[in-house]
Every structure is written in structure tokens, then in C-alpha cells.
Design a protein around this ligand. Structure first.
Ligand code: 3HC
Length: 302
């Protein structure tokens, strides 16, 4: 059952300080979107290089806002100070909500979530940005599953309005309500969805990818398909979108959805995607996917 409007539940908290685990494309975007709306966000990663990338992206986005006269320099500086990049858990005991945005691998997420839970306040909320894994499956190692909820953002986070809020079986309404409120505070449009593989958007997106992969396997030129779909009105064609999302992420999501609905989806349709993964053509993040990208990984295809 879907529900757009949510009354504030008893026990819901206003997120005044947040944190993000994982400073990749999604984590960096979430920290930026949060700080931009006045909610400071600690951004933790295990690799300094990832933190540098996340901060570099924030610097670029803020500089653009200043250049276009949309943000005064002192406001931009204040937003930037709100993003605290760190390799440890310092200050995590004081945050209201942490978004977990590490790699889409259930074993890694289990280990990270269990450790995270021991570093935050008992009543703080953990929100996972999983693209497709079930909240109930991810909650297994947690002592406080009632404080665990899904918050699925879309790439690029600063501009995509929708956030799927996922309620697991044990998630409290207070946790759902806190996540909904945080999404609204970030200027996003939250939608509460059922805890099922792929939730709402990815069940539709993966079906599109399936049709696209079949078309390419049938001999279609991916660039022509992209142009046609852009002329049709899509903001970007399916090949370019897969490059933006990343083949590795796309492949994980696709596998989870195929396993979740075996009677509806077989794996065979995904040959094109699997070939790209085998060849490590992950898309923008590796500089090559369907298209090649110049040194700036967020650049347009060449
Ligand atoms: N980061 C931040 N801002 C960006 C950006 C990025 N990577 N790319 C574009 N923007 C901003 C621009 O700065 C511009 O902002 P402005 O209006 O304030 O000036 C605005 O977006 C529009 O940009 P452009 O005019 O250059 O380009 P478009 O009109 O094509 O819009 C887009 C860009 C919004 C990214 C649009 O192409 C789009 O909606 N694409 C589809 C993206 C999509 O489907 N994402 C979902 C992926 S699935 C996913 O993430 C889920 C996961 O689980 C798999």
C-alpha cells in the first residue's frame, strides 16, 4: 500500500544533525542536499579518496550556485562547513539520523549496520539507501530494528525530487515519520512504499532496462535508441542512464529483483548488462560504459 501524506507519528523527531556512511555518488549527494537545506551532515567513508571526491562534488555544486547568483558566498561557505568529512565515527553519538549508503552487498551492509548501531544514540534512526534489498533482510543484525527504515534517493540526488521511504515489518511509525520529515526538510517528495525487492521505482526501471538490453541484443544501435527516447521525451536515454547509475549497481539491483520475482523475470535478458560488468565498463564512475567520458566523470558522454 502506498501513502503520500503522512501525519507526524508520536515519537517522531526533527532531524537537526545527520550523518551519511559512504561518500560515493549517492552519499556525497545526500550530504550535500542535507547541508544545503540547513541540516549539517557528517560524511564518513573508509577511503580518503572517496571523501575527497564527495567534497569536491559539493564544492563544484556550491560554486555553480554562487556563480549563478543563487547563493551568496557566505551562505555557500556555511553550507560547506555543514559537510564534515571524516574517516571515524566522531560526533555520531549526537546525530538524529544516519543514512547508510555503502556498497549494495548484503554482507557488507550487515557488518556496517551492526557497527554503526553501536556508535549512535539508542533513539537515533538508521536509514538505509539500499536500492532494492528488503529492509527486513537488512535489519537482521540490528538490536533496534524499530529505529531502522529505508530512505532510497535517486541519482543525481541534488536534483531528483523523489525519495522512497521503506517501512520494514519492525520499523516503528516514529522512524517512518522521522524519515518523511527529513526528506521534506531536504526539499524532496517522500513516498512511503512497501518493503519488497526493488520497492516501486526500480521495479519499473529494471523492466525498462530489460527491454533496452533485449533491443541491443537484437542488434539495435544504443546511441540511436538513446536519441529516439530523448526525442520521445525521456530526460536521458536508457544507455546514458545506465552509465549514470553504474552497471555494477544496476546489475546488483537487477539480480535482487530477478531473485525476488523468479516467476516473472528470468536472468537471460540481462546479457548486455552482464557483459559490461565483466569488462568493468561500469559507466561514468570508470570513465567508460556505453559511452566514454573525459577526465571529469560527471561529464557528458564523448
Ligand atoms: N548533480 C547535480 N546537479 C545536476 C547534475 C548532477 N550530476 N546533473 C544535472 N544537474 C542539475 C543542473 O545543474 C541543472 O540545475 P539548475 O536547474 O539548478 O541549473 C539541472 O540539474 C538540469 O540540468 P541540465 O539542464 O544540464 O540537464 P537535464 O535537463 O537533462 O537534467 C537530469 C538533468 C535532472 C539529471 C535529467 O537528465 C534526469 O532527470 N535524468 C534522469 C535521471 C534518473 O532517472 N535518475 C534515476 C536513476 S535510478 C537511481 O538512482 C536508483 C538506483 O537505485 C538505481
Amino acid at each position: 500500500k502506498l501513502c503520500r501524506a503522512h501525519a507526524r507519528a508520536d515519537g517522531a523527531r526533527t532531524v537537526k544533525a545527520a550523518a551519511v556512511l559512504g561518500a560515493g555518488i549517492m552519499g556525497g549527494g545526500i550530504a550535500f542536499a542535507s547541508a544545503l537545506k540547513g541540516v549539517p551532515a557528517r560524511m564518513k567513508d573508509i577511503a580518503q579518496g572517496q571523501l575527497d571526491l564527495g567534497c569536491g562534488e559539493a564544492d563544484k555544486l556550491l560554486a555553480r550556485q554562487v556563480r549563478l547568483g543563487r547563493l551568496a558566498q557566505d551562505k555557500a561557505d556555511a553550507v560547506r562547513r555543514g559537510i564534515v568529512a571524516q574517516l571515524d565515527y566522531a560526533g555520531f553519538g549526537q546525530v538524529d539520523l544516519v543514512v547508510e549508503a555503502v556498497v549494495e552487498n548484503i554482507k557488507v551492509k550487515h557488518a556496517v549496520l551492526a557497527e554503526l548501531e553501536s556508535r549512535i544514540a539508542d533513539d537515533a534512526i538508521i536509514a538505509t539507501n539500499t536500492s532494492s534489498l528488503r529492509i527486513d533482510d537488512l535489519a537482521v543484525p540490528l538490536a533496534r530494528p524499530h529505529n531502522f527504515v529505508g530512505m532510497h534517493f535517486f541519482n543525481p540526488v541534488p536534483v531528483m525530487p523523489l525519495v522512497e521511504i521503506v517501512k520494514g515489518e519492525k520499523t516503528s511509525m516514529a522512524a517512518v515519520s522521522t524519515a518523511v520529515g527529513y526528506a521534506v526538510a531536504m526539499g524532496k517528495t517522500p513516498i512511503v512504499v512497501k518493503d519488497c525487492p526493488g520497492f516501486l521505482v526500480n521495479r519499473i526501471l529494471i523492466a525498462n532496462n530489460r527491454a533496452f538490453s533485449q533491443l541491443v541484443a537484437d542488434g539495435a544501435d544504443f546511441e540511436q535508441v538513446d536519441r529516439a527516447m530523448e526525442d520521445f521525451g525521456w530526460p536521458m536515454g536508457p544507455a546514458y542512464l545506465m552509465d549514470v547509475v553504474g552497471m555494477d549497481t544496476g546489475s546488483h539491483v537487477s539480480n535482487v529483483i530477478a531473485a525476488g520475482y523468479p516467476e516473472r523475470m528470468t536472468r537471460s535478458w540481462d546479457d548486455v548488462l552482464e557483459l559490461m560488468v565483466e569488462q568493468k565498463r561500469f559507466g561514468q564512475k570508470t570513465g567508460i560504459g556505453f559511452y566514454r567520458y573525459e577526465a571529469d566523470p560527471a561529464g557528458k558522454p564523448v
